[in-house]
Design a protein around this ligand. Structure first.
Ligand code: MF3
Ligand code: CO
Ligand code: CO
Length: 275
C-alpha cells in the first residue's frame, strides 16, 4: 500500500492513502463539529409523528445556515441532505413523508462539507419508548464502534479495527453487516482505504499518523445479509431483523486517535441527555 502527503496529492481517489497534516486535521475538526451539531439538532426533533422528510429538511437548513453543503445532495443521483434508516433498514434510507411511530429506531447519517472538508457521522435515535431488544442493539452497536475506534493508533492495522468490532458484536449474539464499510474521508467523501467492520488482527492496511477515515459498523439482531430495494438505495436486512449503526470520522494521531465528530452537546448514545 502506498501513502502520499495529502498536500501533494491530487483531489481524487488515486488508490494512494492520503496522510494529512495539521491543516487537514483542523479542517476535519470544523466540518466534523458542524456535522455533529446537525445530529444534535435532530435529537431535539426525532419523536413520534414527525416525518423523516421533516428531519432531513431541518438538516438541510442547518447546513445552509452554517455555510456548509450536504455531501449526499446530488451524490450519485441521491437527492437528500441525509440518509434516515428505520428499524430493519440497514443504511441509505431515503427520507419520506411517513410519520415516525412510537417504538421505531432510526439512524440519521449526515455528511456536511465545510471549507471543502467532509464531516461524516451517524447516530441512532429512539422514537418514544422502544423495546428492550432495540435498546440492547443500539448499545451493542455504539460499543462496537467505540471498540473499533479504540483500536486506532499508528502501527495497528485496519484488520485490528474490524476484529475489535466483530469479536465484540458476535459475543453479544449480534451480526456484522459485510456489504458496507467505513472509508477514507477528507476533501473526498469516499476515499481509500476501505475500513471493514470485521477481520483479523494484523491484516489489512497499516495505520499511519495523518490518515483520516470513518468507522461506521452496521450491526443486526439477526443474520448479516442485506438486500437493496428497487429504489436503488434502501438497504434492508434480508431476514427483516432490526439493524443499527453509528459512525464517526476519525484521524490517526501520533499517539492514538482523534474523533472529529464528537457531539458539541455531549450526546453520545441514547438517551440524549448532555453529560
Ligand atoms: N454517509 C454515508 C456514508 O457513511 C454515505 C451516504 S451516500 C448516499 O458513507 F448517497 F447514500 F447518501
Ligand atoms: Co461514511
Ligand atoms: Co455517513
Amino acid at each position: 500500500m502506498n501513502y502520499i502527503d495529502a498536500a501533494l496529492a491530487p483531489q481524487r481517489n488515486t488508490g494512494e492513502i492520503k496522510l494529512h497534516g495539521p491543516e487537514g486535521f483542523e479542517g476535519m475538526r470544523k466540518a466534523g463539529q458542524l456535522t455533529a451539531a446537525a445530529l444534535d439538532l435532530a435529537a431535539d426533533h426525532a419523536r413520534p409523528g414527525v416525518t423523516t422528510a421533516r428531519l432531513d429538511d431541518l438538516i438541510y437548513e442547518f447546513a445552509g445556515d452554517h455555510g456548509a453543503v450536504p455531501a449526499t445532495l446530488f451524490y450519485r443521483g441521491y437527492t437528500r441532505a441525509s440518509c434516515i434508516s428505520i428499524n430493519h433498514v440497514v443504511c441509505h434510507g431515503i427520507p419520506n413523508d411517513k410519520p415516525l411511530r412510537e417504538g421505531d429506531i432510526i439512524n440519521i447519517d449526515v455528511t456536511l462539507i465545510l471549507d471543502g472538508w467532509h464531516g461524516d457521522s451517524s447516530r441512532m435515535y429512539p422514537i418514544g419508548a422502544i423495546s428492550r431488544r432495540a435498546e440492547r442493539l443500539i448499545d451493542v452497536t455504539y460499543e462496537s464502534m467505540m471498540r473499533g475506534i479504540a483500536a486506532v493508533k499508528p502501527g495497528n492495522t485496519t484488520g485490528d479495527i474490524g476484529h475489535a468490532i466483530q469479536v465484540y458484536a458476535e459475543a453479544e449474539r449480534t451480526s456484522v453487516v459485510r456489504d458496507f464499510c467505513g472509508h477514507g474521508v477528507g476533501r473526498l467523501f469516499h476515499d481509500v482505504p476501505n475500513i471493514l467492520h470485521y477481520g483479523r488482527p494484523g491484516e489489512g492496511v497499516e495505520l499511519r499518523p495523518g490518515m483520516v477515515f470513518t468507522i461506521e459498523p452496521m450491526i443486526n439482531l439477526g443474520r448479516p445479509h442485506v438486500k437493496v430495494l428497487g429504489d436503488g438505495w434502501t438497504a434492508v436486512t434480508r431476514d427483516r431483523s432490526l439493524s443499527a449503526q453509528f459512525e464517526h470520522s476519525v484521524g490517526v494521531a501520533e499517539d492514538g486517535v482523534e474523533i472529529f465528530t464528537l457531539s458539541p452537546a455531549g450526546y453520545t448514545k441514547p438517551p440524549y441527555t448532555a453529560e
